[in-house]
Ligand binder design. Structure first.
Ligand code: ATR
Length: 270
């Protein structure tokens, strides 16, 4: 029978997931559709139960439902247990299983763009919210050891650092010691507003070879990435592509054509 996959969230009208998944499905001649469902908060319980009742084969979850979906699932994979958030669900013989491919997707995109990456790379993570936690859990699981977290609210960074056995540092100290870091990762929402020039941290004092990553892909170049000048850098598009590829693999057992996924995103303006 033809398979059906979906992305659920609010909003999802601008999501590029349908385009990248559908093209990858078509290229592998997998008989399946991938559709977006925009679900309001008031309808979330009915929608989650409805997806299961319909027997949908798998779905992605985007904001704001990555945590809310958890009680509706029958099992969580380790990746979702660690992050306490789910971005991918697969129907199995024993029920619906939740996964989180965001963290491993981020690391895969970093490996693609930051060739000097090693387990000893000294990371500065800016932000200590859900996005930071997601990538940090995966980084720790993969053996990255040299990680410092900084955040506007220092206590949040300290708590996350203690939980994950990382270092924490206040923003001023991190800024004064920027040259000590090989890779800086921006995980806050600062920069999502394209008209804002606000920076979560000033980048003066940055070494020329320090890799700069911003998890935001819309806008494509945040004020933070602009401030990184000619340093090697990436936005969040690679993370988006690789989290999708990992979800695709969970559902189909096949690795999709990454270039095709990038092309599909480019066609949507990214
Ligand atoms: P997400 O799930 O996207 O990470 P979140 O859990 O609400 O969202 O976390 C948002 C992160 O962005 C936090 O690190 C937050 O800092 P605080 O802990 O100090 O709130 C950070 N953040 C949001 N707005 C910010 C701003 N204007 N300046 C600096 N940091 C900001």
């Amino acid at each position: 029978m033809k398979k059906t996959y979906a992305v659920i969230g609010y909003p999802v009208s601008h999501s590029i997931s349908p385009a990248i998944h559908q093209q990858a499905l078509n290229a592998l001649e997998i008989d399946a559709s991938y559709v977006p469902f925009e679900i309001t908060c008031a309808n979330q319980a009915a929608a989650f139960s409805g997806l299961k009742a319909l027997g949908i084969d798998g779905f992605n979850i985007t904001a704001p439902y990555k945590e809310a979906i958890i009680p509706y699932l029958d099992e969580l994979a380790d990746s979702a247990k660690l992050a306490q958030a789910v971005n991918t669900v697969k129907k199995t013989d024993t029920g619906y299983v939740g996964y989180n491919t965001d963290g491993d997707g981020f690391i895969a995109s970093l490996k693609e763009d930051f060739k000097a990456l090693t387990l000893e790379t000294r990371f500065l993570i800016i932000g200590a919210g859900g996005a930071a936690k997601g990538i940090l859990e995966a980084m720790k699981a993969q053996g990255y050891n040299n990680i410092t977290i900084t955040n506007r609210t220092l206590a949040t960074a300290e708590n996350l650092a203690e939980l994950l056995n990382c270092q924490s540092m206040d923003l001023e100290t991190a800024q004064a010691n920027l040259a000590d870091f090989d890779c800086i990762v921006q995980t806050t929402s600062v920069g999502m507003d394209a008209s804002s020039e606000a920076l979560p941290i000033e980048l003066t004092g940055l070494r020329a070879d320090t890799f700069v990553s911003d998890l935001i892909y819309n806008p494509q170049e945040t004020a933070f990435l602009k401030a990184a000048g000619s340093n090697p850098k990436q936005n969040g598009l690679g993370m988006l592509i690789y989290q999708a590829a990992l979800a695709f693999e969970i559902w189909t057992g096949k690795w999709p054509d990454i270039d095709l996924m990038y092309n599909a995103a480019n066609e949507k303006g990214f």
